[in-house]
Design a protein around this ligand. Structure first.
Ligand code: NDP
Ligand code: GDR
Length: 370
């Protein structure tokens, strides 16, 4: 039985990857942070009672900023594969917490690589680094491939640039099987609520049900190559199963504006919208509502721009070239963008049907912060 250690197991990708590896027969260990509230929502379905015999899923308290803790966990677990998914992963928030982001996202990767060396696991333990299309930043060429130069545009991306190169360096210097997956944006019903896609699908479901009036967003012109997280965790696994360690771009090859993602999400609940105006004054209005379940009047203003969501430096256009992963890994995504939007909208409509029932029964709803 192979043993995997996942940092960031409580996040979107960690949850899908843990499920995927358990189904492959792995023993899965995960690093979770101590939190004053439960932070295991996404993996509660995978819980195994530690009092039972032969459990294959175990969590350890830890943090990427704590070297001794990481060394101790890796010594205990003796993993065949480490998936380093832990990170302060929000680009906008990295401008508010740049030093912490550098520590967790940049030096955190170094700490794991050093732990492998210190414990003499160079020949045993393979490591996957969650690199990102944010490395490309300011457009140098499109589509972006493994050979495209990097130009990071946020403290998050700069920290991830360090992590990318330290992974390459430890591979070359010490012969560690260490790889970067340069993943373009991937989303799902488990996506964090403050990333743009999930913010949109949640708001659209709530607006349709009369639980929210309007959705405020930042840059509607940004273009992203959006895939489904379920497909992308399979690529992470494939990257660590190759004969030789290499870096791979994982993307769909299709790019879409935030504006079009909003239109597609409203269309899923039978609501047609149109955008009017430009820049800070751009707004979207309801043109028609074909679904008799929802009563959103024609002409209602449902989307507006709020400058607080703009970033000091933006990444305007991402579109990946997945040729290498298609050919060498044999990786092909099962979800296209319409299927992704449908999956997310179906899940959020279901979530807010429950919230509506609770509200109607007089309960107060929390989690209004964005
Ligand atoms: P999430 O934000 O959903 O999850 C991040 C995970 O990292 C959470 O489990 C979080 O714990 C944990 N974490 C945060 N800080 C620390 C720390 N200091 N020490 C240990 N763990 C920490 O991210 P995703 O699942 O979306 O992304 C996974 C990885 O892939 C990240 O590294 C991200 O930067 C990268 N990536 C993501 C892409 C995407 O589109 N989703 C694309 C390319 C790269 P907690 O739950 O306690 O907050
Ligand atoms: P990104 O994802 O920055 O690409 O990083 P995010 O969903 O946050 O933003 C995508 C684009 O949408 C624009 N945008 C908004 N974004 C947010 N969050 N909130 C808004 O209100 C809003 N309005 C417009 C943004 O400006 C941006 O252009 C994600 C993360 O998962 C990273 O960890 C990962 O590395 C990259 O994807 C690939």
């Amino acid at each position: 039985m192979k043993t995997a250690l996942i940092t960031g197991i409580t996040g979107q990708d960690g949850a899908y990857l843990a499920d995927f590896l358990l189904k492959k027969g792995y023993m899965v260990h995960g690093v979770k942070r101590r939190s004053s509230l439960f932070n295991t929502d996404r993996i509660d379905n995978l819980y195994q009672d530690p009092h039972e015999k032969d459990i294959r899923f175990k969590l350890h308290y830890g943090d990427l900023s704590d070297s001794t803790n990481l060394i101790r966990i890796i010594q205990e677990v003796q993993p065949d594969e480490i998936y380093n998914l832990g990170a302060m992963s929000h680009v906008k928030v990295s401008f508010d917490t740049p030093e912490y982001t550098a520590n967790a996202d940049g030096i955190g990767t170094l700490r794991l690589l050093e732990a492998i060396r210190i414990l003499g696991l160079e020949k045993k333990t393979r490591i996957y680094q969650a690199s990102t299309s944010e490395l490309y930043g300011l457009v140098q060429e499109v589509p972006q491939s493994e050979r495209t130069p990097f130009y990071p545009r946020s403290p998050y991306a700069v920290a991830k640039l360090y992590a990318y190169w330290i992974t390459v360096n430890y591979r070359e210097a010490y012969g560690i099987y260490a790889c970067n997956g340069i993943l373009f944006n991937h989303e799902s019903p488990l996506r964090g609520e403050t990333f743009v896609t999930r913010k949109i699908t949640r708001a659209v479901a709530k607006i349709a049900m009369g639980l929210q009036d309007k959705l405020y967003l930042g840059n509607l012109d940004a273009k992203r190559d959006w895939g489904h997280a379920k497909d992308y965790v399979e690529a992470m696994y494939l990257i660590l199963q190759q004969e030789r360690p290499e870096d791979f771009v994982i993307a769909t090859g299709v790019t879409t504006t935030v504006r079009d993602f909003i239109k597609m999400s409203f269309a899923e609940v039978g609501i047609a919208i149109e955008f009017k105006g430009s820049g800070m004054d751009e707004k979207a209005y309801v043109v028609s509502c074909a679904n008799p379940e929802y009563q959103v009047a024609k002409g209602t203003e449902v989307v507006a721009v709020d400058p607080q969501y703009f970033r000091p430096t933006e990444v305007e256009l991402l579109i990946g070239d997945p040729t290498k992963s298609n050919t060498k890994l044999g990786w092909k995504p099962k979800y296209d963008l319409p299927a992704l939007v449908k999956d997310m909208m179906d899940a959020d409509v279901e979530n807010f049907k429950k919230e509506k029932m609770l509200r109607e029964a007089g309960y107060t709803i929390k989690n209004q912060f964005e």
